[in-house]
Write a protein that binds this ligand. Structure first.
Ligand code: AMP
Ligand code: ZN
Length: 139
């Protein structure tokens, strides 16, 4: 499987840096975003390193989509947001900051006024962990 020694998500896949892991299968993992745009913000990624949407093998896109759906269903059950955006960035102009393909599962609340570039504010880890535990229990 392709990996990049300098990629933070490859390190998460390898287990050399920690994450709040929600789900794992042969080809994908899902975990909490540590700079959440909203409560329950999670990421679904392929285990193999592919920089972006253009580079993704189509079958792997299907696998990551299935994982994102599984997570989104659990987020909906656990946190009951008013909506969920699936967001995916390609390239610096699209504010992609990690060049390992990922789908954001981003819960929304009516009136939150979240913008496309919501910024990366470090999350309150106790709160991220509490949301993780609720979502994990619903998967
Ligand atoms: P993007 O800016 O669309 O490439 O998204 C990258 C996302 O990865 C951002 O939302 C970051 O908050 C998130 N992120 C970066 N490092 C980590 C990490 N170690 N654990 C969890 N999420 C991370
Ligand atoms: Zn990677």
């Amino acid at each position: 499987m392709s990996a990049d020694a300098n990629c933070i998500f490859c390190k998460i896949v390898a287990g050399t840096i920690p994450c709040f892991k929600l789900y794992e299968d042969a080809d994908t993992i899902a975990f909490m975003d540590i700079n959440p745009g909203n409560d329950g913000h999670a990421l679904a990624i392929p285990k193999a390193h592919h920089a972006d949407f253009f580079a993704m093998p189509p079958a792997l896109l299907g696998a990551v989509s299935r994982t994102a759906q599984r997570v989104a269903v659990a987020v909906q059950k656990a946190l009951n947001p008013d909506g969920i955006n699936l967001v995916q960035a390609n390239g610096k102009g699209a504010e992609q900051s990690v060049f390992h393909f990922h789908l954001h599962v981003l819960p929304r609340r009516i009136g939150d006024e979240l913008k496309m570039n919501w910024g990366h504010k470090p999350g309150d880890m106790a709160r991220v962990k509490a949301n993780f535990e609720k979502i994990k229990a619903a998967i």
